[in-house]
Design a protein around this ligand. Structure first.
Ligand code: GTP
Length: 403
């Protein structure tokens, strides 16, 4: 009988230990706020786990200067931990953003073969007939360049048809790159508003429909900024999808960037506010805020984005509003985009998934139709597959065949 009792006691202790270890490993946020006030939690970046084994209970957190996991949540006025990573932690160092588009140009292969090669094949014909010009026009339209820009390109090429007749392959290519660059708005200001202003962090709001690659893009932007030597805080104000906050947190952790998040369903504006407050206190260069992109009613979207902006600006000016658009959605994406541009003043567009489409000309039509410069382009699912947009490098990549 005694044996049975001892065995049962050992079993119970083992079960309790096992469960607490599992819970300890899964928990990765430390609440700094009274959730009744804002429902906001703040996560410190953690070092990548060295082994699969569970860390000793509370060791990871205390090693980072966090309160033990069992501690009560501090009062809302608790001092925030520094946003800079603790010394000794190993984080990834992303490459600087300069020249990324050139490095990633092969990702535009699908656009390249349908647009660039298609056009070069027609233009290389000895004497261009009306049918050939129609083919040029169709090729441009099929690549989503848009009617106005297509007309401009065709007219300019037609006026140069005498030149075309005698041009070599290399010259034709140069000519095409020049004409495509011209419709890509080479003089537009594509500088990202990410610098501190009036002694406060620059604030980047990232908006767009869910699924466009918004959260991923916020993570990639954090890497671009860190790679360029800036300090960053992330705000997970997409509180409708808990996974979005988890996703963002993971992006932040990899590069040693702090993520401020709220519990599911919390007021997005309060999370954005908290993120910017954290950024102000930690004196970082930039706070990047991910917002929810549900396309409910236009009024609802306007109210939500308007409130986020107002609340954020109580602490620091919003220096950039980036609209994330999925390049593979074509004209549909442009229609959705308009709803956002009516809700908030968008200062730049991020076109994602350009690697997955043959319609690279969408950059031209998006810019023209929205009147907003494309500032960044997504060229893959890799962590550093986001590049600053450069018209000439892009035109070169679309035409292809330079190397
Ligand atoms: N091929 C490719 N995939 C991309 C690119 N950018 C994002 N994605 C993928 O698109 C998918 C959706 O990305 P998310 O970041 O979850 O989309 P989201 O807009 O944030 O959606 P919510 O989180 O629901 O708001 C993910 O599988 C990304 O890896 C890109 O440039 N190229």
């Amino acid at each position: 009988m005694e044996f049975v009792l001892i065995a049962v006691a050992i079993l119970v202790v083992a079960l309790v230990l096992g469960v607490s270890l599992l819970v300890g490993r899964g928990r990765r946020t430390t609440r700094l706020d009274d959730d009744a006030v804002a429902g906001t939690t703040l996560t410190r970046p953690r070092p990548p786990a060295p082994t699969e084994e569970a860390p000793p209970s509370g060791a990871t957190a205390s090693g980072l200067g966090l309160p033990p996991e069992t501690a009560e949540a501090p009062a809302p006025t608790a001092p925030l931990p520094p946003a800079e990573p603790e010394p000794g932690l190993v984080f990834e160092t992303p490459p600087p953003s300069a020249g990324r588009l050139v490095r990633l140009r092969s990702r535009l292969a699908r656009s390249q073969s349908s647009l660039g090669r298609g056009l070069l094949t027609v233009l290389a014909r000895e004497r261009l007939t009306e049918d050939d010009w129609e083919e040029v026009e169709e090729t441009l339209l099929a690549a989503d360049v848009g009617i106005a820009a297509t007309t401009q390109i065709v007219e300019r090429l037609r006026t140069q048809s005498l030149v075309l007749a005698t041009a070599s392959g290399v010259e034709l290519r140069q000519l095409l790159v020049r004409e495509l660059t011209a419709v890509l708005g080479p003089d537009l200001d594509r500088t990202l508003g990410v610098d501190r202003r009036e002694g406060r962090p620059g604030v980047v709001l990232v908006v767009g429909v869910n699924g466009a690659g918004k959260t991923t893009t916020v993570g990639k932007i954090a890497r671009v900024l860190v790679g360029d030597g800036r300090s960053v805080v992330l705000g997970a104000a997409d509180t409708f999808r808990a996974a979005a906050a988890d996703q963002l947190e993971t992006w932040g952790e990899r590069v040693g960037v702090l993520t401020v998040r709220g519990r599911e369903g919390a007021d997005p504006a309060s999370v954005a506010f908290e993120a910017v407050r954290t950024g102000v206190e930690a004196e970082v260069d930039t706070v990047v805020v991910d917002t929810a992109g549900r396309l409910h009613t236009k009024g609802g979207l306007m109210d939500e984005l308007g409130k986020i902006k107002r609340v954020v600006e109580k602490q620091s000016p919003v220096t950039e509003v980036l609209l994330v658009l999925d390049a593979t959605t074509g004209q549909n994406g442009v229609v959705q985009a308009r709803v956002f541009t009516e809700a908030v003043t968008v200062t730049g567009v991020v076109l994602t998934k350009l690697d997955g489409t043959a319609k690279g000309g969408i950059v031209v039509s998006v810019q023209r139709e929205l009147g907003i410069p494309v500032k960044l382009v997504g060229l893959g699912e890799g962590a550093d597959d986001l590049a600053p947009f450069e018209p000439e490098a892009f035109a070169e990549a679309l035409v292809g065949g330079a190397d």
